[in-house]
Ligand binder design. Structure first.
Ligand code: GLN
Length: 544
């Protein structure tokens, strides 16, 4: 873990949450980042998570949503995905710390004797460690926005709150702002918005020594002057610092709504930052396109975690971005792979404009994914396979065209004959959880004249990976001879990174071993998603 040095004079916004979880603290922090960036500031974001897991990569996506991967290969909280979609600053492994990582670092130091026989305690040792990781992440920035995960009142959040309380004392008072996000429930029977839970949440904050400077109130409807005044009175926050953030139909409106509430002006005032008015044209254009689409397309995402859209968060957003680039609304239909497997390909997929098989782990649903891919290939429905989706496409092709009826991934059967997807030799002896994963950014060389080279408009790309298994080179020639195009390989040629079918055979059939969704932004939609949505729109037009 890094040590505390401050090269440049950085200012800080600390974002905490009260009353309930899932209020969209990450989105709020990301939107504040977008607003600061629109004013020309060099900003960064950091998320501090109170749970004890040292490796968020091993957490179940149905409980915690997607694992977001950074360029430097950190497996992080999905809020970092929001951050990267809203600001241009790229996240690193220093952008997300869990309590587990903080404690691990403290315990390692204790084992090495670094505390010289002192009693090692939450205050000051754990809180020092937290402060050090915040300061390290702030290096070189004008402003760092730090989101504290969890809800005020949780035992597990206390060391983080204590650490930011200490930071306000340590730093210049005009260098820190505390923003507290809360819920104002609307009680139908009383016909009233209730402020009491927020009053209590701020009381809890003040008990631990933090007076919020700004309240952002999540509500169904905008709040009245009287409610603002009441909240101000009871929470000791100025009335012009009580902001309302009603539910929005698209998340990309949040920066504009917060700007309308005067949040970024207020932050400038409190942090004594002089800056130009924010340039928000791009966000306005995005919202306008989302609200006035010229066409629509439905895309079927065939996967295992269909009950929880959060587990495909970046993918979901990347599809929306592909829609923005095509002036189209994208309806995303989550299709349960097991139902396709049970024989419902036509029913489940027949009416869709495109079929996408996303990343995933484990065997459940894999036959359904293969059935879906076969259906898309035979019907010439645009197909996009990501990570496990590409691996299943290779299996499907091998079964159908390379005389390998049992082709599969050795992830599901290690002794398989016909393992077209397998572990590389050097990975086979590693046993630690997550130990064999290929993680983070890798370069890929695109085949001249391929569909993907045309889509990217260049021959060398860099994309993020998170997987263990690879295209098995033993079957490379055989599959190529059978007509599968290996359109992207690692620079040394040893790993297959992308596959496609010839345009004469299929209008859009692309698989990639990496996760392009992690790099898509509403302001810069990823080229593969833009091209895939364009192909799906085209397919839909010719079909009807
Ligand atoms: N389970 C596959 C592997 O480990 C694919 C992983 C993924 O889709 N992210 O290689």
């Amino acid at each position: 873990m890094a040590t505390a040095t401050r090269v440049k004079h950085t200012k800080f916004i600390f974002v905490t949450g009260g009353v309930v979880s899932s209020l969209g603290k990450g989105l709020c922090a990301a939107s504040m980042g977008a607003l600061r960036e629109a004013r020309g500031l060099n900003i960064g974001l950091q998320k501090l998570d109170p749970y004890l897991n040292v490796d968020p990569g091993t957490m179940n996506p149905t409980q915690h949503g997607e694992v977001f991967v950074t360029d430097d290969g950190a497996e992080t909280d999905l809020d970092l995905g929001h951050y990267e979609r809203f600001v241009s600053h790229r996240m690193t492994r220093h952008s997300n710390y869990t309590s587990g990582q903080i404690y691990e670092s403290v315990i390692r130091k204790e084992r090495r004797g670094e505390y010289l026989g002192q009693t090692v305690q939450v205050i000051p040792h754990v809180t020092n460690e937290i402060r050090a990781s915040i300061l390290a992440a702030s290096e070189g920035l004008d402003l760092l926005i730090v989101e504290i995960g969890g809800t005020v009142g949780d035992i597990k959040s206390l060391p983080f709150l204590e650490a930011i309380r200490q930071l306000r004392l340590q730093l210049d008072a005009r260098d820190t702002v505390f923003v507290h996000l809360t819920l104002l429930p609307f009680i139908k029977t009383a016909g009233e918005i209730k402020t009491k839970p927020t009053q209590h949440s701020v009381m809890k904050m003040r008990e631990i020594g933090i007076q919020p400077d700004i309240l952002v109130c999540r509500t169904e409807e905008p709040i009245s002057r009287a409610t603002r005044d009441k909240l101000a009175m009871f929470t000791n926050v100025r009335a012009d610092s009580v902001m309302s953030l009603p539910d929005q139909d698209t998340i990309y409106k949040v920066p504009l709504v917060l700007h309308g509430e005067g949040l970024d002006d207020k932050i400038c005032e409190l942090l004594n930052i002089w800056s130009r008015e924010p340039k928000l044209d791009e966000w306005k254009r995005i919202v306008h396109t989302l609200e006035n689409p010229r066409q629509r397309v439905s895309i079927g995402v065939v996967g295992k975690y269909v009950d929880l859209a959060e587990s495909y968060k970046s993918l979901h957003e990347a599809l929306i971005h592909g829609g923005i680039a095509n002036n189209a609304a994208v309806e995303i239909v989550y299709v349960d792979a097991e139902q396709v497997q049970a024989g419902g390909a036509d029913v489940q997929l027949g009416r869709l404009g495109g079929v996408l098989v996303p990343g995933g782990f484990g065997e459940r649903g894999s036959e359904g994914k293969i059935a879906a891919i076969r259906f898309a290939r035979e019907r010439k429905i645009p197909f996009f396979g990501i990570c496990l989706g590409m691996q299943m496409a290779v299996c499907e092709y091998a079964r159908s065209f390379a005389d390998l009826p049992g082709a599969h991934s050795s992830e599901f059967d290690p002794n398989l004959d016909g393992a077209v997807i397998a572990l590389m030799a050097e990975q086979q002896s590693v046993t630690e959880k997550g130990g064999t994963m290929r993680l983070g950014a890798y370069d890929c060389e695109l085949a001249p004249g391929s569909l993907v080279a045309r889509i990217y408009g260049k021959s060398r790309i860099s994309e993020r990976h998170r997987h263990r298994f690879e295209f098995n080179n033993r079957y490379r020639e055989r599959l190529e001879r059978a007509g599968l195009r290996l359109s992207g390989v690692s620079p040394d040629g040893s790993l297959v990174e992308m596959i496609e079918l010839a345009p004469e055979t299929h209008p859009f059939f692309v698989g990639c071993q990496f996760h392009p969704e992690f790099k898509s932004r509403p302001t810069a939609p990823h080229p593969l998603f833009t091209a895939y949505i364009a192909a799906s729109l085209q397919y839909q037009r010719t079909r009807t």
